[in-house]
Write a protein that binds this ligand. Structure first.
Ligand SMILES: Cc1cc2nc3c(=O)[nH]c(=O)nc-3n(C[C@H](O)[C@H](O)[C@H](O)COP(=O)(O)OP(=O)(O)OC[C@H]3O[C@@H](n4cnc5c(N)ncnc54)[C@H](O)[C@@H]3O)c2cc1C
Length: 688
C-alpha cells in the first residue's frame, strides 16, 4: 500500500486522468488571450529568475522586515521595467506576480492614472516624464482621519492667494490629516491631494492638486509637511500607508490638475462639462479590481481544490482501505466549487467591463460623455459585488481545509488579507450600492415618463415595469427542472426580480422614506442587478468564445460541456442563495424552488470530476501560489513538513544544536525543576 504522501500523488494524477477536457485550453481566458499570455508568462519567468523576489521565507517575516525586503524589489522592478520597456499592462502583471504590495504600488495604480486622466495636456507634458520615470514617486491622498466616503466633507483646503498666484494647502485639525495613503509614509515625493478649492472665501468643493512632499535632492520632508507611516494593518504588510498634515504649504496655481476644471490667474473658476468626469481615475481602478477579484478567487480555488482532492478523511472504502477524498463530500463541494464558478463569471464580466471602459476612453477623447454614467455605475456595482464575493468566498474555501487552512503555509492567508481591503477602498462596497440603485431608480422614473426612450442593454428590462399590472402577473415559465436550465428562463427570472426591487424602492421613496432609510433596499437592488448582468455576461461570453461552430471537434464539445457545467453551477448557486426574493412575490412556485435546489446539487456533481482540471486551467505557478497544500504535484504533507525548515523558531538563533529552545535555562528549567515554588490552593478568605 502506498504511504499517505505517495497516495496524494496518485490521487492528483487520477483526478487529472478523469478530466474530460484539456485545461490548458482555458488558461488564456484568464490571461486575456493567447498573445498576451505568452508575454505575461515570460514576465513570470523573469520574476522567478530574480533572487530579490524570492518568497521562500516570506511567511515568517514581520512588518519591518517585509518593508526592508520590498525596497530592493522596488529598485529591481523599475530597472527591469525600463530595460524591457514593459507596457503598463505588463508592469501591472509583474507586480501582481511579485505578490507583495511593494511600497511604490500606488504610484502606478493610482497616482499615474489620476495624473493621466486629470492633468491637462500642458501639465502632462511637464509632469508626465518625471512621473513615468519614477523621478516623481507619487501617491493619491484623498482620505482623511475624519473623512472617508463623504468627499464633500474633506477638511484639507487649497486656498488661492491671488497676490502670489499660489495655492495654500492646509490641514487645520487632526481629523483633516490625510490617512491610509499608500506609498505616502516613506516613499512618495509627490501626492495628488484632494482638497477643498477656495477662492475669495468661496468653497468650490474637493479638487486634485499636485503637492511636492519630499525634497527631490535628499528625500527629506519639505517645510510644512509632516509625514509618518500610519502603523500596522490587516494586510499589505510591506506597504507604507501613511499619515500627512500640511501647514500652509504653498504650491503654484498651475499645480491644480486642470483637465476638467480650471482656475485662471484672476481667480476665475471654470467647472467641468460633466461633474463625474473627475472620478475617471477611480473608475479605472474599480475596473481592474473586478479582474483582480477573479484572479484571487481562482487562486483560492486552485489551492482548495487540489488539497481537497489529496486530503483523505473520514469514511473508509472497505475494498481499498482508503479514507474518502474530502472533495467527494457534498458539504466540501458546496463551499469550494461555487467559488470556481464565480471566478469564471467574474472574468467574463471583467471582459465586458474592460470593453465598455475602452469604448468610453475612445469616446471621451472626442468629447462624448454618453457612456460615463454606465461606466461609473457598472464599475461601481461590479466592484462592490465581485470583491465581496471574493472576500467571503476565499474565507469559506479556507475554512474548508480544516486545521491546515489556518497555517500560513496553506497559501490562503497572506494574499487574502491583502485582498480584504478591496471591499473598502475605491468606494466602500455598501455605499457603492447606493449609486447603482440611484441610477436604476432614475432610469425607471424616466422610462415611465417616456417608454420608448433608449436604454442600454443591461437595463432594458426596466421597460417591463411600465405596464405594472401585467408585470405583477409575470411567473417563471419553467414547467420542469430541465426547463430551468434554459438561459432565457433564468435571465428572465433575474430581470423580473431586479425590476420588482426597483419598483419597490420607487414606491418607498414615493411614500416619503428618506434615502438614508433605504440602505438595505439599495444593497438588495444593486446585488440583484449585478447578479443578473454577471449571469448574462457569463452566458454571452461562453457562447461567443466556446460555442464555436456547427461542426465542433470532440475536444471543443468536451470543453463547452465542461464550462457550461460551471455556468450552471454559478446560476443555480446564485439562484438558490437568493430564493426568497424569487418566491416572495409568487414569481417562483415552491416546486420551482425545489427544482432549483436539486439543480444545484446536480451541478455540483457534474463539476466535481473536472474540479482539478479547472484548478489547473488557471495556470498559476507553484512559486506564485506559495502553498504547501495547493501545489501542482499534490505533495501536501511533504511540503507542509518541508516549510517548517524555514521557521525561525527552528533555526540556530532560537534552538541550539541539541534541539533546546532559547530561554530554557532562564525560564523553563526553573519550572521543570520546581524552583518557582509549589502550587498552593488559595483559602476562600484570602485576597489576591
Ligand atoms: C488598505 C487600504 C488602502 C487605502 N489606500 C488609500 C489611498 O491610497 N488613498 C486614499 O485616499 N485612501 C485610501 N484608503 C482609504 C479608503 O479609500 C477609505 O477607507 C474608504 O473610502 C472608506 O472610507 P472610510 O474608511 O472613511 O469609511 P467610512 O466612510 O467612515 O465608512 C464607515 C462605515 O459607514 C458606512 N457609511 C458611511 N457613509 C454612509 C452613508 N452615507 N450611508 C450608509 N452607510 C454609510 C460605510 O458603508 C462603512 O460601513 C485606503 C484604505 C485601505 C483599507
Amino acid at each position: 500500500m502506498p504511504s499517505a504522501e505517495n497516495q496524494q500523488q496518485l490521487d492528483i494524477a487520477a483526478e487529472r486522468a478523469k478530466c474530460t477536457f484539456d485545461p490548458s485550453q482555458l488558461t488564456a481566458l484568464f490571461y486575456g488571450g493567447e498573445e498576451k499570455m505568452k508575454r505575461l508568462k515570460a514576465i513570470e519567468a523573469m520574476v522567478d529568475r530574480e533572487p530579490v523576489f524570492d518568497r521562500t521565507d516570506r511567511y515568517f517575516l514581520g512588518r519591518t522586515e517585509r518593508f526592508k525586503r520590498a525596497l530592493p524589489m522596488v529598485k529591481r522592478y523599475v530597472e527591469l521595467r525600463n530595460e524591457h520597456g514593459l507596457t503598463p499592462e505588463e508592469s501591472a502583471h509583474f507586480k501582481v506576480y511579485i505578490d507583495d504590495y511593494i511600497p511604490v504600488h500606488l504610484h502606478e495604480s493610482m497616482f499615474l492614472p489620476v495624473l493621466r486622466s486629470q492633468a491637462s495636456d500642458e501639465q502632462l507634458k511637464v509632469w508626465g516624464p518625471h512621473a513615468e520615470n519614477y523621478h516623481y514617486i507619487g501617491c493619491y491622498a484623498q482620505t482623511e482621519l475624519g473623512h472617508g466616503s463623504a468627499l464633500s466633507r474633506l477638511e484639507t483646503t487649497a486656498t488661492l492667494d491671488l497676490a502670489t498666484d499660489q495655492w495654500v494647502i492646509n490641514s487645520p485639525t487632526q481629523s483633516s490629516a490625510k490617512f491610509w495613503i499608500g506609498t505616502l509614509g516613506k516613499m512618495a515625493n509627490h501626492a495628488v491631494v484632494q482638497a477643498k478649492l477656495i477662492i475669495k472665501g468661496k468653497d468650490y468643493g474637493a479638487h486634485p492638486f499636485l503637492v511636492p512632499l519630499r525634497s527631490l535632492k535628499d528625500h527629506t520632508p519639505l517645510p510644512g509637511v509632516v509625514i509618518k507611516d500610519q502603523g500596522p494593518k490587516q494586510g499589505a504588510i510591506s506597504m507604507d500607508n501613511g499619515y500627512a498634515r500640511f501647514n500652509h504649504v504653498r504650491i503654484p496655481r498651475t499645480n491644480m490638475l486642470m483637465r476638467f476644471s480650471q482656475v485662471s490667474k484672476e481667480g476665475v473658476y471654470s467647472k467641468p462639462i460633466h461633474p463625474k468626469l473627475a472620478y475617471g481615475g477611480m473608475t479605472a481602478v474599480r475596473t481592474t479590481l473586478i479582474n483582480h477579484s477573479a484572479l484571487s478567487m481562482a487562486r483560492a480555488v486552485t489551492i482548495a481544490t487540489r488539497y481537497s482532492a489529496v486530503r483523505r478523511q473520514g469514511n473508509v472504502d472497505l475494498k481499498t482501505d482508503l479514507e474518502t477524498q474530502v472533495l467527494d463530500y457534498p458539504a466540501v463541494q458546496y463551499r469550494i466549487l461555487p467559488l470556481l464558478s464565480h471566478a469564471f463569471a467574474t472574468i467574463f464580466s471583467g471582459y465586458w467591463m474592460n470593453e465598455m471602459y475602452a469604448q468610453y476612453n475612445a469616446d471621451i477623447t472626442k468629447g462624448d460623455t454618453s457612456l460615463l454614467k454606465d461606466v461609473h455605475v457598472y464599475s461601481s456595482g461590479l466592484k462592490s459585488y465581485c470583491t465581496k464575493l471574493g472576500a467571503d468566498g476565499i474565507e469559506e474555501a479556507r475554512r474548508c481545509l480544516g486545521g491546515h487552512g489556518f497555517s500560513l503555509f496553506s497559501g490562503m492567508i497572506d494574499f487574502h488579507r491583502q485582498f480584504l481591503a478591496t471591499v473598502t477602498y475605491e468606494g466602500e462596497n455598501a455605499l457603492l450600492t447606493q449609486q447603482v440603485s440611484r441610477y436604476l431608480l432614475k432610469l425607471y422614473k424616466d422610462v415611465v415618463r417616456k417608454p420608448d426612450m433608449h436604454l442600454s442593454p443591461p437595463s432594458r428590462y426596466i421597460v417591463s415595469l411600465v405596464d405594472h399590472e401585467r408585470f405583477v402577473q409575470q411567473r417563471c415559465a419553467a414547467r420542469s427542472m430541465a426547463e430551468l436550465y434554459h438561459p432565457e428562463i433564468v435571465l428572465k427570472a433575474f430581470q423580473h426580480r431586479a425590476a420588482r426591487l426597483i419598483f419597490e424602492l420607487a414606491q418607498a421613496e414615493k411614500q416619503g422614506a428618506q434615502w438614508s432609510d433605504l440602505n438595505l433596499e439599495c444593497m438588495r437592488l444593486s446585488k440583484a442587478h449585478v447578479q443578473y448582468i454577471m449571469i448574462e455576461n457569463f452566458h454571452n461570453g461562453l457562447e461567443k468564445r466556446y460555442n464555436v461552430s456547427s461542426n465542433p471537434t470532440p475536444e471543443q464539445e468536451a470543453l463547452l460541456a465542461a464550462i457550461r457545467s460551471v455556468y450552471n453551477l454559478h446560476v443555480f448557486y446564485t439562484l438558490e442563495t437568493e430564493l426568497a426574493e424569487f418566491l416572495e412575490d409568487g414569481y417562483f412556485s415552491p416546486e420551482q424552488a425545489a427544482w432549483t435546489r436539486q439543480a444545484l446539487k446536480d451541478s455540483l456533481k457534474s463539476v466535481r470530476p473536472n474540479a482539478v482540471g479547472f484548478a489547473d486551467c488557471f495556470g498559476f505557478t507553484d512559486k506564485f501560489l506559495n502553498s504547501a497544500l495547493g501545489s501542482y504535484d499534490g505533495r501536501a504533507y511533504e511540503r507542509m513538513a518541508e516549510m517548517t525548515e524555514y521557521e525561525p523558531l527552528n533555526g540556530k538563533e532560537m534552538t541550539d544544536e541539541r534541539g533546546v529552545v532559547w530561554g530554557y535555562e532562564e525560564f523553563l528549567r526553573p519550572l521543570i525543576f520546581g524552583e518557582v515554588g509549589p502550587y498552593k490552593a488559595r483559602k476562600p478568605e484570602s485576597k489576591l
